[in-house]
Design a protein around this ligand. Structure first.
Ligand code: MD3
Ligand code: FE
Length: 217
């Protein structure tokens, strides 16, 4: 068997599910604040519009991205990095909304990482067929901080493995309101998102958003 589905009881929206060493799925953790988070997201997107970035290898990503907070992740022909300004506008990234930071701190705490304070949020938007190939996130200065990830809108098939690309990938579905906290040994796990299936969600329409809260500086 190449991949395996993780057991989920759809009626259980409270118990953390262990995805790996240091990684917890909190099903529906953000459902009750999704409306407030989405309103704040729309305001951020007005100030720093989503854009499809170019990879150092010369491809244009299918996922559209933007950021908020003290710095933001960007990619272009020169490589990947965190920068204090939005290269599209030359202005600082929009400030991180309080509802974002509070959600990230609360989720990290529920997963066993007390006092997590993000300094950036990377916002990904997937439309049908958009995907993210397996990769590691290692551009942050101190990899002892976890990453907190929130899914909004259409569901996605998410895959994750180990610290080496050769390790077997497991799959799970990330749904609207789900939060995953990645720390410890899972912080350097390879992970990716399979091409998004067409659909419609009452909050987001034909797309999925993923917000990942990080401490990059
Ligand atoms: C596992 N985003 O932006 S979030 C990314 O759904 C990214 O948009 C995906 O991977 C998305 O870099 C997945 C879940 C996630 C985020 C960071 C991780 C999983 C992670 C870091 C280490 C291990
Ligand atoms: Fe990632």
């Amino acid at each position: 068997m190449i991949t395996a589905d993780l057991f989920r009881d759809p009626s259980d929206r409270t118990t953390p599910i262990r995805l790996g060493e240091g990684a917890s799925l909190l099903p529906g953790f953000a459902c009750d604040r999704a409306e407030a988070v989405f309103a704040a997201l729309e305001e951020v997107l007005r100030q720093a519009p989503l854009r499809r970035m170019r990879t150092p290898g010369g491809h244009v990503m299918t996922v559209a991205m933007t950021c908020c907070g003290d710095r933001g992740w960007t990619s272009d022909a020169d490589g990947y990095r965190y920068a204090a300004r939005d290269p599209a506008s030359g202005r600082p990234w929009p400030p991180m909304p309080e509802v974002f930071a509070e959600l990230a701190t609360d989720a990290a705490s529920a997963a066993g990482y007390p006092a997590f304070v993000p300094d950036t949020c990377l916002i990904n938007r997937y439309v049908a067929e958009a995907k993210l190939s397996p990769h590691q996130d290692r551009d942050e200065r101190d990899l002892s901080h976890p990453i907190v990830s929130l899914s909004l809108g259409l569901p996605a098939r998410f895959q994750f493995g180990g610290r080496h690309r050769s390790e077997r990938l497991l799959r799970t579905t990330l749904e609207h309101g789900d939060v995953v906290v990645w720390g410890g040994a899972s912080r350097l796990a390879y992970h990716g998102v399979l091409p998004l299936a067409t659909g419609r969600h009452p909050m987001t329409g034909d797309c999925r958003y993923n917000l990942s809260f990080r401490r990059a500086g």
